[in-house]
Ligand binder design. Structure first.
Ligand code: GSH
Length: 199
């Protein structure tokens, strides 16, 4: 093996898509391994029982999406060189994982309960979260003019909302947060991101 292998489920979203985008934006040589085999069989062989993983030649298998993004960011200049500023970007990535966990609690089996949970989430947790995140964005990207792995993670996570993936959460929910929609537009306009979407 001469190139890192990024393994993730075969869909263009979630924790793995941000890492795919990061490797592509970085111009790295890498293998895009889209797992479609027997997951229960493979799961125990991963470091923490989940995907994505990044296998790095001569090093080993790295797990946890934020650690993978930080590693790619440090290796390829997609995290700021200043330690504090890099940690601020990593804090934002952690906040995205917290949002995912909270959103996960709204997936009720009963439709009425789901609607109530999603509406409360949108007006409460999500609104507070998006206000905090907006304050972290210098504009257009988190750190100002340079794109980072935190921008890519935020972009992928927020795309689920603008695509209306969550029942009972309007696809317009981000319109109240121009810093976030501005960041998404800037990520989408980045030539390497456009190239990824065209390929
Ligand atoms: N904290 C981990 C969570 C990993 C995770 O739960 N990944 C999901 C896909 S996005 C997964 O592997 N789900 C299948 C499972 O947990 O069995 C990370 O950030 O990478």
């Amino acid at each position: 093996m001469t190139k890192p292998i990024l393994t993730y489920f075969d869909f263009p979203g979630g924790r793995g898509e941000a890492a795919r985008l990061a490797l592509h934006v970085a111009g790295a040589e890498w293998t895009d391994d889209r797992f479609s085999g027997n997951w229960p069989e493979k799961k125990p062989s991963t470091p923490f029982g989940g995907l994505p993983t990044l296998e790095v030649p001569g090093k080993g298998v790295l797990s946890q999406s934020n650690a993978i993004l930080s590693y790619i960011g440090r290796e390829h200049g997609l995290l700021p060189g200043d330690s504090f500023e890099a940690a601020r970007h990593e804090a934002l990535m952690n906040a995205i994982e917290e949002l995912r966990a909270e959103a996960g609690t709204t997936g009720k089996a009963d439709e009425d309960e789901k609607r109530a949970a999603r509406e409360a989430y949108a007006e409460g947790y999500f609104a507070r979260w998006a206000t905090h995140v907006s304050a972290q964005i210098k504009g257009p990207f988190v750190g100002g003019d340079a794109i980072s792995v935190a921008d890519l993670k935020l972009y992928v996570a927020m795309r689920s909302y603008t695509k209306g993936v969550y029942d009972y959460i309007p696809a317009t929910i981000l319109e109240a947060y121009p810093k976030i929609t501005g960041l998404m537009a800037a990520v989408e306009a980045h030539p390497r991101v456009a190239d990824w979407h065209a390929s």
